[in-house]
Write a protein that binds this ligand. Structure first.
Ligand code: ADP
Length: 349
């Protein structure tokens, strides 16, 4: 085997990328496992010619593909570009594709493909998020502008005092919404700017949770009830830990009905302390459970529950707890409620 071919064989076998040997016409001579799983075909499909470029490449890429083949003829290589393949089950797989020819006449060479579905999904979420944020910023501003105009009229006409109070309340409500949104955005910017480093010290979690629960004890007609083990020490940053618990409790409130209780519980085993925030709310479907800690991920609920969120909170909670050497997990059942569990390594045992 030539040195050149040996290099491709090693890449082929490593399965880090999808690699194929091809005649750059329609034939895929061989394909490694990474490529086959990317497009859902088998080695037999390669051997009997079922797997061909024309089968997996959407026709909308024909013109680009032809240009790229010309590039291959002149440069002997293709500068990687984004396109899509059609998986055997019909779904579209976004890929980054490159190729190199190993002959002068393009009769033989190697092509490479990297599955970029996750990247594309995260780009899409980022775009949705930008659209969502600009909408969320504009709506309270419009309401505030209308209310301010209304105030102007009421004051200039010596209007009804109750109406005046109602209008200022409306303005205040919108200011709170904006403040919450800006605070989420600032937390996000801090984490992106790598300013997240914070100092840890030994803290008594029971004491801290008791304080948080007392501060939150009755928000939005909910009781926040705390019980749990005493004398558990963890290395933590009290402010950041409080930020996480408050966030989880706020979510518990936001995604449950008026009058239902929220529980904060503290327990431990020989390694970790476990803080559980439990609600009896709308719950989270199995499919969404895997994604809710992703940045910008929000569930589109059918009703008012979707309002006023950014999909940033849980992402940041997860980042903070990871930096404490711990983790967050969630168990949930639709319509029954959710339990978020923070685990933190304990010290002094
Ligand atoms: P958001 O600002 O949208 O609440 P989060 O990152 O805090 O963003 O949460 C992501 C998504 O997870 C939310 O949109 C919501 O659908 C879901 N979620 C979070 N906490 C709960 C909970 N306690 N009960 C039900 N759904 C929840």
């Amino acid at each position: 085997m030539s040195k050149e071919l040996f290099k491709y064989q090693a890449l082929f076998d490593s399965n880090m990328l999808g690699v194929t040997a091809t005649d750059f016409n329609d034939t895929i001579i061989s394909a490694n496992d990474a490529f086959l799983s990317m497009v859902g075909y088998t080695k037999e499909d390669v051997a009997n010619g079922t797997l061909r470029w024309s089968v997996i490449s959407p026709t909308k890429y024909d013109a680009t593909d032809q240009l790229k083949v010309k590039e291959l003829l002149t440069l002997k290589t293709i500068i990687p570009f984004e396109k899509e393949y059609i998986h055997k089950d019909g779904h579209v797989v976004p890929v980054l594709v490159g190729a190199e020819t190993l002959s002068n006449d393009l009769s033989f060479g190697a092509s490479f493909a990297l599955d970029i579905s996750n990247l594309k999904e995260s780009e899409r979420r980022k775009d949705d998020f930008a659209a969502f944020v600009s909408h969320e910023l504009r709506t309270p501003l419009s309401v505030m502008k209308l209310s301010a105009d209304m105030l102007h009229v009421l004051i200039s006409q010596d209007g009804d005092k109750n109406e005046l109070l109602e209008t200022t309340d409306q303005i205040n409500e919108q200011i709170d919404k904006l403040a919450a949104l800006i605070s989420d955005l600032l937390s996000m910017a801090r984490y992106q700017g790598n300013e997240s480093a914070f100092t840890l010290s030994a803290i008594d979690i029971h004491e801290n949770l008791l304080r948080i629960a007392q501060e939150l004890s009755s928000i939005n007609n909910r009781n926040v009830l705390f019980e749990g083990e005493k004398n558990l020490l963890v290395m933590a940053n009290a402010d950041r830990l409080s930020q996480v618990v408050v966030n989880l409790v706020n979510n518990a409130v936001r995604y449950s009905k008026d009058g239902t209780d929220i529980h904060i519980e503290l327990s431990s085993d020989e390694k970790c302390a476990y803080i559980r925030v439990k609600d009896h709310g709308i719950g989270i479907s199995e499919e969404n459970l895997k994604k809710i800690f992703d940045r910008y991920y929000r569930i589109n609920h059918a009703d008012d529950y979707s309002l006023n969120g950014t999909g940033i909170g849980l992402f940041i909670c997860n980042e903070i707890i990871k930096q404490h050497g711990g983790g967050i997990s969630v168990e949930s059942e639709l319509t029954k409620g959710s339990t978020f569990t923070i685990s933190l390594p304990i010290i002094g045992t």
